[in-house]
Design a protein around this ligand. Structure first.
Ligand SMILES: *Cc1c(COP(=O)(O)O)cnc(C)c1O
Length: 514
């Protein structure tokens, strides 16, 4: 017994330097180790001068796996940081580089990174008030302020989410359950899908995010429930097409229950006509969900705010802070105009949100979320609003739109480029390189340009599909990306493109694919 006790005693002291706690050892270890992390990261940033170091997937995989063979623990953080420096830190995409302009994937603000440290250290869980005693009110208040910013009615409410995927899923879940409850007095939450559910239909743009289909599938309606609407030359849903589709669906005795408008499509940043769609949604008693994962950033814009005025008409809204609000992943928001409808999500677990709590006015946010344990992501937004401020945030976004417009103009002036959105509504530019003469198929050519730029570490741009053909895309989220950067990237695209087109390009493909 005495031996066991002394063992335990010794262990307890070992554990002291593994956790951040009130004691001296914990505080000291925390301070030292955070210092090491900051030092290592600043070192890596000081030498990584490309968006990506150009290693092949095989090489990265090999280095990562080799490093992980020794991960049985027991050595210092300093050594572990040295271990991961090459395989992870240097082999990562450097998203903060000015020529990292591929996806809706932002450089994180330092305020957001700092908040991540606090989030990890406090490790609050947003499901019940007794696990997030102050954090609960931060989230609630930010939800209120953002709903107000979107000019939703006083009945609005919402929740932080893991991102646009989860927010879109929630919007369609509420829309489905609201429809079944109101029209058939049927609670899906209790009884599952009602008879006739195969007739339910969701309308969205052909350019809407794929998570509309994915949500429909997960909600038991199947992808068949999603009817896509053609877009106009500015890539927005055609209202006449929505009208015709609604008439057609009714004639077939199908049941449209929701319309998803996109406020900032992933490719073109186009904004569907929210006012016109709301008129139709009212006429046909449809739930209007607005996917503003991308375009929601315009809420703080100084020059383009009016483009998102229609958000106030939504029944539910998706917003992402890990895109135009420059937060580290993940950080999303779901808003609903009438908080009553959140009841389709709520579930009483005696240990988390007993009815007595509600009677005493205690908020347990688990009621509003599809998650249980949930991160305190709201802190990132709070620290950013406090330090950077919403005015500068809005200006940053405005500046990136200017840069995107200038990039589109520069591309347009060159004979071999075809620009799909000459006046970008947000900060993406979609284009194709199509020289007069080429030995390669132009789809293949555009695909190779994107790959070559990445492997050479010149720029990370993305490829996308334009009416079934392969095109290229700049996503200019980074407000530090300047016109000189853009010019250089365009020159590189052109130069590499011409060489590949003439068949004179030497690919180090064997090395890459081996
Ligand atoms: C990014 C995006 C999504 C998906 O959001 P995640 O945060 O990646 O889950 C949905 N809709 C649109 C329009 C987007 O741009």
């Amino acid at each position: 017994m005495a031996i066991l006790h002394s063992h335990l005693q010794k262990n307890v002291h070992t554990y002291d330097s593994l956790f951040l706690h009130q004691g001296h050892k914990g505080r000291k270890a925390f301070q030292e180790q955070m210092g090491l992390v900051v030092q290592k990261l600043t070192e890596v940033f000081s030498v990584s001068d490309k968006p990506f170091n150009g290693q092949s997937p095989q090489q990265v995989k090999y280095e990562v796996e080799f490093m992980m063979r020794f991960s049985n623990g027991g050595y210092s953080l300093e050594e572990a940081l040295d271990d991961i420096e090459g395989p992870i830190l240097k082999n990562s995409l450097h998203i903060s580089h000015r020529k990292s302009i591929a996806h809706l994937h932002c450089p994180p603000l330092i305020s957001g990174i700092a908040a991540e440290l606090i989030i990890g250290a406090l490790n609050q869980s947003m499901d019940s008030w007794d696990q997030s005693t102050a954090a609960t009110y931060v989230e609630k208040e930010l939800v209120r302020q953002l709903a107000e910013k979107a000019e939703l009615p006083d009945t609005a409410d919402g929740t932080f989410t893991s991102g646009g995927t989860q927010s879109n899923y929630m919007g369609l879940l509420l829309a489905r359950d609201y429809f079944c409850h109101r029209n058939w007095n049927h609670l899906v939450q209790e009884k599952g899908l009602p008879p006739g559910f195969e007739k339910l239909r969701i309308l969205c743009s052909e350019e809407a995010h794929f998570t509309v289909q994915k949500s429909a599938a997960q909600l038991g309606l199947g992808k068949q429930a999603v009817v896509t609407i053609n877009t106009d030359d500015r890539h927005r849903m055609r209202i006449e097409d929505v009208e015709d589709t609604l008439t057609e669906l009714k004639a077939k005795e199908l049941l449209p229950f929701a319309i998803v408008a996109t406020c900032g499509t992933t490719d073109y940043g186009s904004i569907d006509p929210l006012y016109e769609l709301k008129v139709l949604a009212r006429q046909h008693a449809l739930w209007m969900h607005v996917d503003a994962a991308f375009g929601g950033g315009l809420l703080f814009s100084h020059n383009h705010r009016e483009n998102v005025n229609g958000l106030s008409l939504a029944d539910s809204i998706t917003l992402d802070f890990h895109k135009l609000f420059y937060q580290p992943i993940s950080c999303g928001l779901f808003l609903v105009s009438d908080r009553k409808n959140l009841r389709y999500l709520s579930y009483h677990a005696d240990y988390l949100n007993p009815v007595e709590d509600e009677e005493e006015g205690i908020s347990n946010l688990v009621n509003k979320s599809v998650q249980t344990t949930k991160r305190f992501d709201a802190l990132k937004v709070l620290l950013t609003f406090k330090t950077v401020g919403t005015s500068l945030l809005g200006k940053m976004i405005d500046d990136t739109i200017e840069v995107a417009r200038e990039a589109a103009k520069q591309l347009d002036e060159r004979a071999e480029f075809l620009v799909e959105n000459p006046v970008p509504e947000l900060n993406t530019v979609v284009f194709r390189f199509q020289p007069q003469t080429t030995e390669k198929d132009t789809d293949e050519l555009n695909r190779l340009i994107q790959q070559e730029l990445l492997y050479q570490g010149k720029a990370a741009i993305s490829k996308t599909s334009i009416n079934g053909r392969t095109g290229l895309k700049f996503t200019l989220l980074n407000p530090r990306t300047n016109l000189q950067d853009i010019k250089e990237v365009i020159n590189d695209v052109e130069e590499i493109g011409r060489e590949i087109a003439m068949g004179g390009y030497r690919f180090d493909k064997c090395e890459r694919d081996s």
